[in-house]
Design a protein around this ligand. Structure first.
Ligand code: HEM
Length: 181
């Protein structure tokens, strides 16, 4: 059984697993929707899902950062070396940063390109960037390239979590698992 290690608070764990759910569905949707030969209705549905959930991810990441500033994460167990703690910190901040880059560049690509974001349009939120093909193309390139380091960090993060949860069983994984007090 894993040793008792102080867990993240419930709101932090909820926001973490919602981010997982949304990111894990947004990345494949983004990759599939730009493929040639898709039926129009499928492509439209994927675009609508991708754009609107992408905005939800942006809001969620900002909320997580604000919550984290008010409630710093519990310390990692002393069994981790300073190097491991440092790599974990760099991975976490890298993921936050790249999620923000992906979400903001996606937003700018769509708004500067003059396209709708259905949920924001329904709420009457106006575009926050001007219509500009040059801006849209720059944002498109950033959106295309930033996914590679993001996916790399996600794989490192999942690998480390699995290593702690399955091999080491040192309580690090269960800090973020739902249902811990
Ligand atoms: C963290 C959130 C996001 C992630 C991880 C993400 C990921 C991706 C990925 C992997 C692609 C495929 C890139 C390609 O193969 O060309 C893509 C494409 C795209 N994404 Fe996102 N995205 C996010 C947020 C957004 C947001 C908020 C919007 C707009 C509101 C958006 C709009 C688009 C568009 C329009 C494309 C098609 C690219 C093009 O050809 O213009 N994304 N996204």
């Amino acid at each position: 059984m894993a040793p008792r290690v102080e867990a993240y608070r419930a709101p932090a764990r909820l926001m973490h697993w919602l981010t997982v759910l949304f990111v894990v569905s947004t990345i494949p949707a983004g990759v599939i929707m730009v493929q040639e030969g898709l039926s129009r209705p499928l492509q439209n549905s994927l675009f609508i899902w991708h754009k609107n959930i992408g905005v939800v991810i942006l809001v969620l990441v900002v909320a997580r950062l604000l919550y984290r500033a008010a409630h710093p994460p519990p310390p990692l167990p002393a069994s981790l070396s300073p190097g491991q703690v440092r790599i974990a910190g760099l991975t976490h901040w890298g993921m936050y940063g790249l999620l923000l880059v992906m979400a903001v560049s996606g937003y700018v690509r769509v708004r500067a390109g003059g396209f709708p974001i259905e949920a924001l349009d329904a709420m009457g939120v106006p575009p926050l960037v001007p219509r500009s093909d040059a801006l849209a193309n720059t944002a498109k390139a950033i959106h295309f390239w930033a996914r590679f380091p993001l996916v790399l960090l996600i794989l490192m993060h999942v690998g480390a979590a699995a290593f702690h949860g399955i091999v080491k069983r040192d309580g690090v994984f269960s800090r973020m698992w739902p249902g811990r007090a």
